[in-house]
Design a protein around this ligand. Structure first.
Ligand SMILES: [Zn+2]
Length: 164
């Protein structure tokens, strides 16, 4: 991943500075107070239920055996619920409806905060440009993975056990 090197405000090379015990990249210019906080980026994710099954998707840039949830970044001013419904439409061609918030999951490796929803999808599946393929899995056959959106799948599967 490329690290930021220059101040986006005045283009001075950033330097490391201490802030309350943490080292951060900051602009050394006297007339600029830019600090690169490196805060996590929110990402919406959908456990999309379609015809009683859950849609797992493989991104075009992922290896052939790796599937995950449909995810996406938010537009400016967009509510997360609106964002995941939009992503379900763009990536799967389905009309999505948010059932519930599953949870919030820090994904340190990607510096993201995953906002995961259970969503139902209706219509005919048509893959968007980001996805290579999908598979439909029965909820009780889901095998949660131990990072990123897998933690949301784990919690959702556990919640199924509590209601039946
Ligand atoms: Zn600056």
């Amino acid at each position: 991943m490329t690290k930021i090197q220059y101040c986006p405000t005045c283009r001075t090379a950033l330097v490391e500075k201490g802030f309350e015990g943490k080292i951060r990249l900051a602009c050394p210019s006297d007339t600029c107070d830019y600090v690169y906080w490196d805060s996590p980026i929110p990402v919406v994710a959908g456990i999309v239920e379609y015809d009683g099954k859950i849609i797992l998707a493989r991104n075009r840039s992922w290896p052939g055996n790796m599937f995950g949830l449909v995810t996406g970044f938010l537009e400016k001013d967009e509510f997360p619920e609106t964002g995941i419904v939009r992503e379900v439409q763009e990536e799967l061609g389905l009309t999505g409806k948010v059932v519930a918030l599953v949870g919030l999951y820090p994904f340190a490796m990607m510096n993201q905060l995953i906002i995961a929803y259970h969503v139902t999808g209706e219509g005919e599946i048509q893959l968007g440009h980001e996805l290579a393929e999908i598979k439909l899995v029965e909820p009780n056959r889901l095998k949660p993975w131990n990072f990123g959106t897998g933690l949301a799948v784990r919690d959702w599967v556990l919640s199924l056990g509590n209601t039946t």
